[in-house]
Design a protein around this ligand. Structure first.
Ligand code: FES
Length: 104
C-alpha cells in the first residue's frame, strides 16, 4: 500500500524565454493555496493521508497550468481557487474525479 492515499503534484516550472509555462498562470499561488486548504481540510499534514508537493515540468506545458493526482494518474488544469477547492474536496476527500477539469 502507498504511504499516501493521494499525492498531488503541481508543476511550478518557470520559463524565462517566453515559452508557455505553468508559472504564467499563478501556479505558485495556487500551489500555496492548495497546501493551506488541504491542511485545513485535514488532508495534508499531521493526521492527513494526502500530500501536496511541488514538481517541475511534466512536458504538458500547452495544457497548463497542470497538476496530477497519484496513484490515480488523473491530470487536471485549473483557473482559480474554486477549481482547487473542487479537486481537493471531490477527488482527494471523496475519491470522485472532477471531470470538468480533467485533461487527457
Ligand atoms: S511548464 Fe508546466 S508542464 Fe511544462
Amino acid at each position: 500500500m502507498s504511504h499516501y492515499r493521494h499525492h498531488l503534484f503541481f508543476c511550478l516550472n518557470r520559463r524565462e524565454d517566453g515559452a508557455a509555462c505553468c508559472s504564467d498562470h499563478n501556479a505558485e499561488g495556487m500551489f500555496e493555496y492548495a497546501k493551506k486548504t488541504a491542511k485545513r481540510l485535514g488532508l495534508h499534514g499531521k493526521g492527513g493521508d494526502c500530500r501536496v508537493n511541488r514538481a517541475g515540468c511534466f512536458d504538458r506545458c500547452d495544457k497548463g497550468p497542470v497538476l496530477v493526482v497519484y496513484p490515480d494518474a488523473v491530470w487536471y488544469t485549473y483557473v482559480d481557487e474554486a477549481d482547487i477547492d473542487e479537486i481537493l474536496e471531490s477527488h482527494l476527500r471523496e475519491g470522485k474525479v472532477v471531470e470538468r477539469l480533467k485533461i487527457d
